[in-house]
Ligand binder design. Structure first.
Ligand code: HEC
Length: 188
């Protein structure tokens, strides 16, 4: 039986001598020329009248502003564990290099950005959620815009920034009971 299996494996190997990963298939890259399109560009415009797929975003969700034009005090997206996990991932990937993994502004980049150090995000605890969303979406001063993150991901980052802020300014009363006992046992 094992010998037969080995034979099958050997045949399979000789039948496809080289695995050709999909990266190496023929394809167009953005901004390349194309012989197939009328204007000779690989990137095509959507046909006229195309509408985005999916329900339109509410203006407050898309902009972080209320009807009065002011930044929303409380984010308009439901916060749950999945959103926070997403926010952490996005924060660690996009923001931590400058603002530090704890959001305290301690990072290697910050040490070397002599013109304007990325500030500690704990200084922005009293800013409305919508304001943080706008800074991410539009950038601020020397900080570039992170509008390439989806709207949902930007709100996820806002939620995670709030969690970081709380983590550094929480009182013992806010620590869950079982974790509190552990803290007390460790004498901290
Ligand atoms: C390349 C480094 C860099 C990255 C990455 C970065 N920032 Fe910043 N951020 C800065 C700098 C520098 C400032 C201060 C800009 C100024 O005052 O000109 C700043 C300012 C801020 C402020 C304060 C704005 C104010 O009102 O003063 C917030 C909030 C903020 N960043 C959040 C974020 C978040 C959230 C992310 C990730 C999506 C992020 N930043 C990514 C460099 C960065």
């Amino acid at each position: 039986m094992t010998r037969r299996l080995a034979l099958v494996a050997l045949l399979a190997l000789t039948a496809c001598p080289r695995l050709d990963p999909m990266q190496r298939q023929q394809k167009y890259k953005a901004y390349q020329e194309s012989r197939f399109t009328a204007d000779g560009l690989a990137m095509m415009h959507p046909p006229p009248g195309t509408v985005p797929y999916g329900p339109p975003l509410e203006p407050a969700v898309a902009t972080g502003r209320g009807p009065d034009g002011k930044p929303l005090a409380v984010m308009p997206v439901k916060i749950d564990a999945a959103l926070l996990a997403r926010g952490r991932l996005r924060f660690d990937t996009n923001c931590a290099i400058c603002h530090g993994v704890l959001g305290d502004g301690e990072s290697q980049v910050a040490l070397n950005m002599s013109l304007r150090r990325p500030p500690s995000l704990h200084l922005y605890r009293d800013r409305p959620d919508g304001y943080i969303f706008q800074v991410i979406s539009q950038g601020f001063g020397l900080m570039p815009s992170y509008a390439h993150l989806t709207v949902q991901d930007r709100w996820a980052v806002v939620a995670y920034v709030r969690a970081l802020q709380l983590s550094q300014h929480a009182t013992v009363e806010q620590v869950p009971q079982e974790a509190r006992q552990r803290l007390e046992k460790e004498g901290r």
